[in-house]
Design a protein around this ligand. Structure first.
Ligand code: SF4
Ligand code: SF4
Length: 442
């Protein structure tokens, strides 16, 4: 026998468990950008991870995170196949909800654009125009809410609130209303028309997950030994939104392991007085030719997943060390284009706050004689992440000819400080006209 768990133990809990996972996934999709766990800051053009802007210099965090997640996902696909589609994918969650309200209001499943050519069955008593209007409004309201989710990944929650309340907000440019409208139209078409067709015929991600399936991947198994208890009702086939026959599943078929066929068959058997036992369908790992107990199957999986585990560890270490070495602010000093005679006298001190909390950065210049420089500001305040420039001008008359090595020091008073070393060449004072022009380049 292949590795299975008695279906009687879980068939009754499958449906509520799947609904719970679907709701938690939707909640996570909203909470991830709102809490700053991950989003993209379009204002500063930076990734935001764990409430902090991640710059190119912090790539260890992003790279480590993706290596960690990608290698975990590869193991996940190999063990349970496309379970994500059946249990977590928001597309299928929303499609199931849309099917359910359509059935309640119009008395039909979503057979719109069904490629099987079957006629749509509508219970006439429910197909009145009032129900159609209610369905339209419900789907539109859901689309308007769902269309906000992608925006949350590109705008801070305060900007989304300003968008909804038509408030003036410097974080918005006006084009966001057009972007939101396009999102609403796309989501509406999806929930009203496309629904599970996306999963069946269009989704590349499902094919990607299937490409990692092995002979030891979770699948649906039909208990042929009990075929005498099969009423051939096709209830299981009707419950499958992927449109496959759960009694004839294969290792490399398009099953997303939602388990609805198991629930359907179990419900039928529970209600029947003639049919013995529970569901004829169950989750299984392996097949008749490859029969192994569950623990041995898992042991074999861990053996095959060594490379993926190595990547998971490397990614985790990179991510944690990236967080450990993270700098919440930044300092750099550049020369400006302002020349005075032979001399470069103006510098631009650039400071940045990378956190979404207010920060004041104090600046000072050391190793230069007093009176030989002027710093436009000794502190810079930020209410949010951003960059600001402070002008640093040297006094030519107060500097002797030669190299001057000095430091610009920044300190935010919260444990972060950084120094930037500048080597400045002070030319000789210009006395003869014509001899003080900048050196020519060859
Ligand atoms: S739901 Fe169960 S009893 Fe009905 S056809 Fe499917 S396997 Fe057979
Ligand atoms: S065969 Fe069963 S588990 Fe697989 S997608 Fe269809 S209903 Fe879901």
């Amino acid at each position: 026998m292949s590795a299975t768990i008695s279906v009687d133990h879980y068939a009754g809990k499958l449906h509520p468990a799947r609904r719970l996972v679907q709701v938690v996934t939707l909640a996570l999709l909203v909470l991830i950008p709102i809490t700053g766990l991950f989003r993209i800051d379009t204002i500063d053009g930076a990734f935001v991870v764990l409430g902090r802007e991640v710059w190119f210099s912090d790539m260890l965090i992003v790279l480590g995170f993706w290596i960690f997640v990608a290698s975990l996902l590869v193991m996940f696909y190999s063990l349970v196949g496309a379970v994500f589609c059946g249990w977590m994918c928001p597309q299928n969650t929303v499609s199931e909800w849309a099917n359910s309200v359509t059935k309640k209001l119009l008395g039909r499943h979503a057979r719109i654009m069904d490629m099987t050519g079957e006629d749509v069955v509508i219970a006439l008593r429910r197909s009145g125009w009032r129900n159609k209007v209610v369905l339209f409004l419900l789907l539109l309201a859901a689309s308007m809410v769902l269309a906000l989710v992608p925006l949350l990944y590109f705008y801070p929650p305060s900007a989304i609130w300003s968008l909804l309340t038509f408030a003036d907000d410097g974080q918005l440019h006006g084009s966001e209303y057009w972007i939101y409208t396009v999102c609403v139209v796309v989501v509406f078409l999806d929930v009203a028309v496309i629904r599970h067709l996306m999963c069946r015929y269009m989704c590349i991600y499902r094919i990607w997950q299937h490409s990692f399936k092995t002979r030891d991947t979770l699948r649906i198994q039909y208990d042929a030994a009990r075929s005498g208890d099969c009423s051939h009702c096709n209830y299981c086939v009707d419950s499958c939104f992927i449109d496959i026959d759960p009694r004839k599943t294969d290792i490399y078929d398009s099953c997303v392991a939602c388990g609805e066929c198991i629930v359907a068959c179990d419900t039928l058997h529970a209600r029947s007085k003639k049919l013995a036992g529970g569901s004829l369908l169950r989750f299984a790992i392996g097949n008749k030719e490859n029969s192994r107990p569950l623990l041995r199957t898992l042991g074999g999986f861990m053996g095959r997943a060594k490379a993926a585990l190595l990547f998971t560890t490397v990614g985790g270490v990179m991510f944690v060390s990236g967080l450990y070495g993270y700098q919440p602010a930044a300092l750099s000093v550049d020369r400006t284009q302002a020349w005075q005679g032979n001399d470069l006298l103006a510098y631009r001190v650039e400071v940045a706050n990378k956190l979404f909390t207010p920060m004041t950065i104090h600046l000072k210049v050391v190793d230069l004689p007093a009176g030989s420089y002027q710093l436009a500001a000794s502190s810079v305040h930020f209410d949010r992440p951003g960059r600001k420039d402070v002008a640093l001008t040297l006094n030519k008359a107060a500097l002797s000819q030669g190299l001057h090595r000095f430091r610009v020091i920044a300190d935010n008073g919260q444990g972060w400080s950084k120094k930037f070393v500048v080597v400045h060449y002070a030319a000789a004072p210009a006395r003869v006209r014509g001899k003080d022009s900048p050196p020519t380049r060859r």
